[in-house]
Ligand binder design. Structure first.
Ligand SMILES: Nc1ncnc2c1ncn2[C@@H]1O[C@H](COP(=O)(O)OP(=O)(O)OP(=O)(O)O)[C@@H](O)[C@H]1O
Ligand SMILES: [Mg+2]
Length: 432
């Protein structure tokens, strides 16, 4: 009996120890689990729970590890998405500025930094009034933040920069969660300077063309009316008809020059380049203009250029030389001299048309290649000129990848030049 009691007591003590030991282990396990969950809650998703002793396979341990793996995966995907969005935002040409409800800038992309010439450090977490420096824009942002009012307007930031600013209102992220009303604002800035410049150019162009057409049309109408209404003698009639003919010729020249220019400016440049012998072009032009020059006792000289071959469209290059030499003839007094010479460079040739004419005053020199620009309008108009000749020259040479320029001294003469790509060897060498 005593043996049984001793055995029983030992069994109770052993069970008590086992129970105590298991209780400790359970406590340690749950403590471990609680610590792991706390770490996860504080944002440490890298954690992996191994369990205590034989608890590694405990369903709770497995669930925690599954959970951290899924969270890690989601966080990874989100940060990848954020990187892509950041990349898109910074490579956009539209300026983007994000302003939180409090009026401080939270985000700015590179386009906006460039437009306002301010690095990101001078934007972030600063009051928008201090960074934009534009009263209307900042007032509109305040309205957007307070009342959710959108806004759109064109702003001239600098002489060469006009932007279209658009305000987008977003319900404030922070206040949305706290149930408050309030807004954040997104400012989108699109550079429209080039559009405005083109619009201005187009309207100037239309005004110029209308102006150029008005004079010959008015004169044709006036003379035709006189011929219809009044009895005029044959001699006067002939002179009126001659004027009508001359003016119509002028209009037709203007229209064909305009068509030529628009072709050169368009995508279909109508250019047929190939190997061109420069002497063919120069001789062709001088041959056509020789009479005109002789009438005014102007000497035309061309330096020899036998072996010069260029890459270009022969007809268009002929037109370039014709325009330059006919200008030189017109703007050189009788007895003057016009000379064509060449600077042969490694892969290019620079062709000069120099004259001993009236020259161009320095304040006009920058603009003579512009459409319709004439130094002396009356003088040029008397020649039937429309001020398109040099614009055509510039476009043709530009389409060939070359450059044009002029240096001039009033009263002494001008030197108009253009460059072309030079080709080695003669035509025969290539053909054989
Ligand atoms: N060789 C030159 N010497 C002095 N002035 C020149 C010379 N060439 C051009 N110019 C000036 O540049 C202006 C523009 O020349 P451009 O050839 O474009 O027009 P234009 O000769 O007046 O008319 P168009 O060539 O259309 O008949 C001329 O009006 C003239 O004032
Ligand atoms: Mg001309």
């Amino acid at each position: 009996m005593t043996g049984f009691l001793v055995g029983f007591a030992v069994a109770v003590v052993v069970c008590g120890f086992i129970w105590l030991w298991q209780g400790r282990r359970r406590q340690a396990f749950w403590q471990y689990v609680t610590d792991a969950l706390r770490a996860i809650a504080s944002g440490n998703y890298q954690i992996h729970v191994y369990g205590v002793g034989g608890d590694a396979d405990h369903p709770v341990v497995k669930s925690i590890n599954d959970m951290t793996r899924v969270i890690q995966q989601h966080v990874g995907e989100l940060s990848q998405e954020r990187d892509v969005l950041q990349h898109i935002l910074h490579s956009m040409t539209t300026g983007v500025v994000y302003i939180a409800g409090g009026g401080r800038v939270q985000m700015v992309n590179e386009a906006a930094e460039r437009m306002f010439r301010k690095p990101a450090e001078r934007w972030l977490d600063r009051e928008h009034w201090g960074v934009f420096g534009h009263y209307h824009l900042s007032a509109a942002i305040d309205n957007a933040l307070l009342f959710g009012t959108t806004w759109q307007s064109e702003l001239k930031l600098r002489d060469d920069l006009t932007v279209e600013a658009r305000l987008i209102v977003i319900q404030s992220v922070r206040r949305r969660t706290s149930g408050d009303s309030g807004y954040d604002a997104l400012v989108l800035l699109t550079d429209v300077s080039e559009w405005r410049r083109l619009e201005r150019m187009r309207s100037e162009f239309v005004a110029n063309v209308s102006h150029e057409l008005k004079t010959p049309i008015a004169s044709i109408r006036g003379f035709a009316e006189t011929l219809l209404d009044e009895d005029v003698d044959e001699l006067t009639q002939h002179s009126f008809l001659q004027t009508i003919y001359d003016e119509s010729l002028r209009m037709s020249n203007l229209v064909s020059d305009l068509l030529e220019l628009s072709k050169l400016e368009g995508t279909d440049r109508d250019l047929h380049p190939g190997r061109v012998r420069l002497p063919d072009v120069i001789e062709g032009a001088l041959h056509r203009l020789q009479n005109q020059a002789s009438r005014r006792e102007i000497e035309l000289i061309a330096d020899p250029c036998d072996d010069l071959t260029v890459w270009g469209d022969q007809d268009k290059l002929l037109q370039v030389v014709l325009n330059l030499v006919s200008n030189a003839i017109y703007y050189t007094p009788e007895g003057g001299q016009i000379r064509i010479r060449y600077d042969v460079l490694i892969d290019r040739v620079k062709v000069h048309v120099t004259d001993t004419g009236i020259g161009i005053p320095p304040e006009h020199i920058e603009r003579v290649f512009e459409r319709f620009y004439r130094v002396d309008r009356d003088r040029s108009r008397a020649s039937g000129g429309t001020g398109l000749g040099l614009a055509i020259v510039k476009h043709i040479i530009g389409a060939h990848g070359g450059e044009v320029g002029v240096s001039s001294e009033p009263g002494r003469g001008s030197d108009f030049w253009f460059t072309l790509s030079r080709l080695e060897g003669s035509l025969q060498e290539v053909n054989s």
